[in-house]
Design a binder for this molecule. Structure first.
Ligand code: BG6
Ligand code: MG
Length: 215
């Protein structure tokens, strides 16, 4: 029988295709500052906090700003990002997500969101999927950025499940590292080249079934 009693899901890039909107908004900010952000460079921004992402972006563009200016830049990016996500429809939930959530819950497992995003509740509410999760830990509740495991550890504590009985679903390298740093199993969602540290890698939750959690 599987040891897994809880599934903790990253949100952006695992449950819903918001990663593309983060990319669009960061790229727009970079372009406004006179440089570009490639898809490859964008991988470094995934999974980490807004301010940590901005620092990496400014490093790529070799730009230096003081704290006040950085707050203004982050806020501008967030305004654009929120404009994009407010247009989002439930069909932007990735294929197989709702079916998989129903399957794990049907097997008596707990479910949680573990996201670095301060916009997580807005997204879950807009998509009408808040009630699928027993615990939601987001960027307002966790202070340390992935690869620190704080966000997942807090979710496990709220669920009352030991880390070694949890599996995390992640699309970001920093997120996979966070799960492993927290002593949890990890399913990478994306490419094996980027997420090689995960226990298994799938291209999306549509590829998952309960038997695959038999770690
Ligand atoms: C993570 C994303 O989920 O949330 C990152 O992968 C993003 O790309 C981070 O920077 C913070 O999101 P937000 O919505 O608080 O700016
Ligand atoms: Mg993600």
């Amino acid at each position: 029988m599987s040891k897994i009693k809880a599934c903790i899901f990253d949100l952006d890039g695992v449950i819903v295709d918001t990663a593309k909107y983060h990319y669009l908004a960061w790229k727009r900010l970079a372009n406004e500052m006179g440089f570009d952000l490639t898809v490859e460079q964008n991988e470094q921004l995934k999974g980490i906090s807004r301010m940590a992402s901005l620092d990496i972006l400014l490093g790529i563009g070799k730009k230096v700003f003081d704290d006040g200016e950085k707050q203004a830049l982050a806020s501008k990016k967030n305004t654009w990002y929120r404009e994009y996500i407010q247009q989002m429809e439930p069909d932007e939930i990735f294929p197989g997500v709702i079916e998989y959530l129903n399957a794990v819950k049907g097997h008596g497992m707990k479910t949680a969101i573990g996201s670095a995003s301060k916009n997580a509740m807005t997204i879950l509410e807009q998509l009408g999927i808040v009630d699928y999760f027993d615990s939601i830990i987001d960027g307002n509740k966790a202070k340390k950025a992935k690869p620190d495991p704080e966000v997942f550890v807090k979710a496990a504590i709220e669920l009352g499940i030991a880390p070694q009985n949890c599996v995390v679903f992640e699309d970001a390298k920093a997120g996979v590292e966070a799960a492993k740093n927290g002593g949890m199993y990890c399913v990478g969602v994306g490419s094996p080249e980027i997420l090689g540290m995960a226990d298994i890698v799938v291209s999306g939750l549509h590829e998952m079934n309960i038997a695959m959690l038999d770690f």
